[in-house]
Design a protein around this ligand. Structure first.
Ligand SMILES: C[S@@+](CC[C@H](N)C(=O)[O-])C[C@H]1O[C@@H](n2cnc3c(N)ncnc32)[C@H](O)[C@@H]1O
Length: 280
C-alpha cells in the first residue's frame, strides 16, 4: 500500500516513473528501507570529508512518501527526448550526498543531474555516447546559476526583497498586517505607488507556492481582501502552476482582476518583468 501524504517512515529509494500528462509526473519509490548515506555525517567529519547536509527537515519528510509528484520537464524545451526534471536528481542528491561531494551520471543526456549537482553545491561529472548531448549539457551548465538557482540556504522572502529592490522598488516593510491579513512585502514603485506583494512557496524540490490549487486559492483570497486597499497586487512564488492544471486555470482566469502579475522568482524573465512593473 502506498504511503499517503503526512505519513512518515524511513525508506530506500528506487524510482519508477508513471506518465500522467498534463500536470506533475508521479515517481513511485519501489523499495523501502532507510535513507542511508554511504558514510554518516559523523564519520565523514572524522575523516575530514565534506559533511554539510543541504536537506531540510520538510524535504526529508516529503521524500519519505511513496509517490513523489514532480512537474515533468519538456523534451522540446531541453532538446533531449527524455530529460528528467531537475527536481528529481536534486532530491536524490540532497538525500544521499553532502555539499562538495562528487556526483557521477554515466548516462547524462542533457546534463540534468549535473545541473542539480551545481544547484545543490556538489561537483558533477557525466558522460554520454552522443557528443551532441555532451555539448548540450555543457551549455546548460554554463548558464549563470545565480538567477536560475537561488541559493538553497536563502529564505524566499529575502530573495523576493532582493529581486524587488534590484528592480527599482523601495521596500516599505515585511510581514505587515493590512485589513486583517499578513502581507509578506509592501513596496513602493518609482512613482511612489504602494504595492502589496504576496510571497509563497520555498525552494524545496516538490512544487509548492502557486503550483497547487490550495496555494493559489490562499493567495487569491488574500488578494481579494487587499484589493480594497490597493489594486497593485503582485504574486511572487517559487513555483507557478502548469497551465493545464486546476491551479493554472484559476490563476489565468483571475489574472488582471485580482492581481496584476504572478511571477516565478527564479525564472530568468522575472528581473525584467519586475523592472517594468517598478517603472510603469
Ligand atoms: C534517458 S537518457 C538520460 C536523460 C537525462 N537524465 C536527462 O535529463 O537529459 C539516457 C542517455 O544515455 C545515453 N547512453 C546510452 N547508452 C550509453 C552508454 N553506454 N554510455 C553512455 N551514455 C549512454 C543516451 O545517449 C541518452 O542520452
Amino acid at each position: 500500500m502506498a504511503k499517503g501524504e503526512g505519513n512518515v517512515g524511513l525508506v530506500r529509494v528506487g524510482i519508477v516513473q508513471e506518465r500522467n500528462e498534463p500536470g506533475p509526473t508521479r515517481y513511485h519509490r519501489t523499495n523501502r528501507d532507510r535513507f542511508d548515506r554511504a558514510r554518516s555525517e559523523q564519520r565523514r567529519t572524522n575523516e575530514g570529508l565534506p559533511s554539510g547536509s543541504t536537506l531540510s527537515t520538510d524535504e526529508f519528510l516529503e521524500s519519505t512518501l511513496d509517490v513523489w509528484e514532480i512537474s515533468s520537464e519538456s523534451a522540446q524545451r531541453i532538446g533531449h527526448p527524455a530529460p528528467f526534471p531537475v527536481a528529481l536528481p536534486e532530491r536524490l542528491i540532497n538525500l544521499y550526498t553532502f555539499e562538495g561531494d562528487l556526483v557521477l551520471d554515466p548516462f547524462m543526456g542533457s546534463g540534468t543531474t549535473l545541473v542539480a549537482a551545481a544547484r545543490t553545491g556538489r561537483r558533477g561529472v557525466g558522460y554520454d555516447l552522443d557528443p551532441a548531448y555532451v555539448d548540450m549539457a555543457r551549455e546548460r551548465l554554463s548558464e549563470p546559476p545565480g538567477h536560475l538557482f537561488p541559493p538553497f540556504d536563502k529564505k524566499i522572502l529575502d530573495i523576493a526583497v532582493g529581486a524587488l529592490t534590484s528592480a527599482g522598488f523601495a521596500i516599505e516593510g515585511t510581514n505587515r498586517r493590512v485589513a486583517g491579513v499578513t502581507v509578506p512585502i509592501i513596496a513602493r514603485d518609482s512613482a511612489d505607488a504602494r504595492w502589496f506583494v504576496d510571497v509563497t512557496g520555498g525552494f524545496t524540490v516538490s512544487p509548492g507556492g502557486l503550483a497547487t490549487t490550495d496555494g493559489v486559492l490562499r493567495s487569491l483570497g488574500k488578494a481579494a481582501i487587499l484589493g480594497r486597499e490597493s489594486t497593485n497586487i503582485l504574486l511572487l512564488t517559487s513555483h507557478l502552476p502548469q497551465p493545464a492544471t486546476e491551479a493554472g486555470r484559476i490563476l489565468k482566469e483571475t489574472h488582471g482582476r485580482l492581481f496584476v502579475e504572478a511571477l516565478e522568482i527564479a525564472d530568468d524573465t522575472t528581473p525584467a518583468a519586475l523592472r517594468a512593473l517598478a517603472h510603469r
